[in-house]
Every structure is written in C-alpha cells, then in structure tokens.
Design a protein. Structure first.
Length: 241
C-alpha cells in the first residue's frame, strides 16, 4: 500500500511539474491597424487629392498652347499661356506629344477613380471589381485610342505638339497596319479598346447590350400599345357618330 501511494505521488508530481505550453498570441484582426475614424479621414484625404489633381490636369490640357516653353519646344519668349504654369505646360505638352488628343483619357480615367472612390466612401453597393484590373485596362484604352486616332483621325485639325495620336499612337498604329492591314488593325484596336474599358470600369458589354435591347423592346411595345389605343379610340368615336 505504501509503495502504491509513493508511485501515485510521483506520477502526480510529474504531471504538475510539466511545463504548460504558452498560449498562442491572439492574431490582430485585419484592418484594425488604424482606428476607423482615422482610416476614413485618410481615405477622404486621398480622394480629395485625386480630385484636385484631376481638375489641374484638365486645366493644363485645356489651356495648352503650342508656343509655350515645354518638353518639346524651347518657347518663343512670350509669356506662358497655360493656366497651370511651367509644370502645367510641360505636363500638357508631354502627354499630348505622346498620345495626341487621347491624352484626355487620363482625365476620364481620373473621373472613374473619383466616382469609384466616392461610392466606397459613402458605402454604396457596388459590384466587386478589383482595382488592379483598372491599370492594364487603362493602358489598353489609352494606347488603343491613340493608335486609332493616328490611323483614322490623322487629318484632325487640332492644336497638338505632334501628329494626332502622338508618338506612341503613330508607332503602334503604323506597326499594326503593316502587319494586319488598315482594316484589320482598326478592328483589333477596337476590340482592345472594348476589353480595356471593361477592365477599367468593370462594365459588361453583354449586360449593356441586354439593357439596350430591353429598352428598345419596351419602346416598341409602348409605341405599339399607343397605336392600338389610338385606333380603338378612333373606332369608338366612329361608332358613336
């Protein structure tokens, strides 16, 4: 009996003396690195900066003057005409030189970003569209538009530092035209533009066609119903006479 009691005490001592494993540290919940109020203020600040940059970009592109001292021209000595100053003259000249009038897609893409950011700030229900898809989408839209401008709108009477479509549009457009022909290059560029727009905005062309078809069908149905009502009214008036 004594030996059994001693054996039980030894086992109890071993169990008690065992080192308990340290509790695993609790993982910090995702998104809790910043307080919600501070994170919201930070997002709003970024959104406001994008709005200001977008307005400035539209201003410098709209007030571009070919005689201003800029990236592609040393200037005529006259005062700057660009409302964005020296920086604005350089930015406008560089974008228009590279992309032609398609440089305005930078402004349009900025509007898409502003609207998307506003919806996120106001917690409006929007479809899931990964923001990283917008980067290759914008590149496709910009380059396809510049190439189409160089191929199809080369006689466009516009005040530009280079030909319509810019340097990049001319290189891409002429290269595709030599490889695929004039019409083949145009069709490919239109397809690339459509793909890029879908990636940039998340818009579905199939859904758009369904909506347009539905609107046309509803319009035809309404017109047919109005015609039938008018005919019935005329028949009814004739019956009373």
């Amino acid at each position: 009996m004594h030996s059994k009691l001693m054996l039980f005490k030894r086992k109890k001592h071993r169990i008690v003396g065992r080192r308990q494993p340290a509790a695993a540290p609790r993982s910090r919940p995702a998104g809790s690195s910043l307080p919600p109020r501070f994170a919201r203020l930070l997002h709003e600040s970024w959104w406001l900066l994008i709005v200001v940059a977008l307005i400035y970009l539209a201003l410098v592109l709209a007030t571009y003057h070919k005689a201003d001292a800029s990236w592609s021209f040393s200037g005529s000595g006259a005062p700057l005409q660009n409302k964005g100053g020296v920086v604005g003259a350089w930015v406008a000249d560089l974008l228009l030189y590279l992309f032609g009038l398609s440089a305005w897609w930078w402004v349009i893409a900025g509007v898409v970003v502003v609207v998307s950011g506003y919806r996120r700030l106001t917690h409006e229900a929007v479809e899931r569209h990964h923001p990283l898809l917008a980067i290759p989408g914008f590149a496709l839209v910009l380059l396809a538009s510049a190439s189409l401008e160089a191929l199809r709108l080369y006689r466009l009477p516009a005040l530009l530092p280079n030909a319509p479509g810019g340097a990049l549009g001319d290189v891409i457009g002429q290269g595709l035209s030599r490889a695929l022909g004039f019409n083949g290059a145009t069709l490919l560029l239109i397809a690339l533009f459509g793909i890029g727009w879908s990636l940039l905005t998340g818009m579905s062309w199939l859904r758009l066609m369904e909506r347009v078809g539905g609107r046309i069908e509803n319009t035809l149905t309404w017109a047919r119903r109005r015609r039938d009502e008018k005919r019935d009214r005329v028949i009814g008036e004739a019956a009373f006479e």
